[in-house]
Design a protein. Sequence first.
Lengths: 274, 342
Amino acid sequence: MLDAGHTDEALLEVNNIEVIYNHVILVLKGVSLSVPKGGITALLGGNGAGKTTTLKAISNLLRSERGDVTKGSIEYRGNNIQDLDPADLVKNGVIQVMEGRHCFEHLTVEENLLTGAYTRTDGKANIQADLEKVYAYFPRLKERRKSQAGYTSGGEQQMVAMGRGLMSKPEMILLDEPSMGLAPQLVEEIFTIVKNLNEQEGVTFLLAEQNTNVALRFANYGYILESGRVVMDGPADELRENPDVKEFYLGMSDEGRKSFRDVRSYRRRKRWLS
Amino acid sequence: MSEQIVYALEVFANGLMSGVLYALVALGFVLIYKASGIFNFAQGVMALFAAMTLVGIQNGQVPFAHLINAVLGTHIHHFGWHIHSVLALIFTVGVMILLAVAIQRFVFRHLVGQEPIILFMATIGLAYFLEGFSDLMWNSEIKTLKFCVAEGTCLPQGMNMAIDEAAYNAFGTGFFIDNLDISAAIVAVMLVIALVAFSQYTKQGRAMRAVADDHQAALSVGISLNFIWILVWSVAGFVALVAGIMWGAKSGVQFSLSLIALKALPVLMLGGFTSIPGAIVGGLIIGVGEKMFEYCFGTGQCFGGIINLGGATENWFAYVLALVFLVFRPQGLFGEKIIERV
């Protein structure tokens, strides 16, 4: 097991999981990771690396897409959660905010947020209080509370999706690609809110992100996925200084131009190692 | 006012009333289609099944009597009691909820994520199964449905004398309108108000609309699709029950009741598959349209009878109207606009 580099207890442990879609397509080929309580952990990598699949394996949204975890185990607070429904997981404090927002388009912003509280049983007053809290984090949503979510901007929809997740009073949010299709300024804003939520509300984040640069600036720890395997992991500031990460994910290089031959050999080496 | 105009008005009013009945059936389609994307071909049979169950329970019929008698060699048909209509209604609602659970449990749970056409085929199978099942359960003879809230206050039938008399005093000619149609209209209005209130202002209603918008996202916030679908099928079952009572009271509880589903199709094309108001307005337009068309052109009583198609236009008028709509406005009058940000 890879060391998470944190002394904190691990909230979530993923051990060597393998995921197969439609009984034939092997997407994850043994992914292990550990998410410490109260941290922000980033899952990095390019398209099709398996970030989303990893998150869906944890939140168990996989099954509705005909995917299956065939090997390995997923433990949350020491309990195996592979057989729990998404609804049970939400009740237990794990909620996924999906890639591409997935707002309920024909519901208003406020109704969207309220659907997040669907599984809660602690009464209307508490839900109302949390609604105000969400509005405090996302003041823009308060202005647009009565408009249909489908007509709000991409950034606002991302906020709706995150606010909706927050309404379930989660302990851990699985945040998938929050920067997708957003202007750099908005990406910064969204990540700042993630950081605030993490520090002030104590929400643990596991976020999948292609934007390695931003993710590593806000996260504590990072895992890099490549074709369904973890190829590298470490504390975020170490990863940022790693020459391979710099070259392949941050687009920076100290050594001038590299030829494609080196690139290929790097990849091959990396696969053998993992 | 000339007698002919009063007669035209009468046709119009009767069209409106039968439109309400079409709308009642179309409503059930819309509910299920919105929430699960399933076009439920079995909606008409559900209305038949509901009406048969209501009559059966009310009259104290023994369910599966033929089967029981065949297996055990007995001769039981009736429990020999008569149950109050309202009580029977409550029992029937229970049966419809059980039916919804069974449909979800045995059919659609196994088809999650399949192509719409496969789901549609499943509902066709369901329709024919349910048809046979209701015959087996309550036998296939034609039954009369009498729904009485209390002794003497039943679902009324026949001419409304008050309106007739008022019209007679005012215009010197009578005005025929069926009491049953008036009560059906009132019930339909109440039903729609209740449905809208439920879907707009309750937590489960909100969840229902959320599921209609995005299954995956609904799942991700912890809404159980299974539960919502059972809920939707139950509500659709209840709507089918109301439609079944009204149609059953009008024309007897019999197999042809299930064919009203076919009349709901043009209503849906007109109003849009995803809109509750669309189902209502579509139903009214079809109802009025076919009656007025028959009156004017089918029997040639308008415009000096320049066009006389020789009757029986009611059978096809609705479908032609629906076709025209499909060409010019495929999503229907009130079909949900696909929200697309530019």
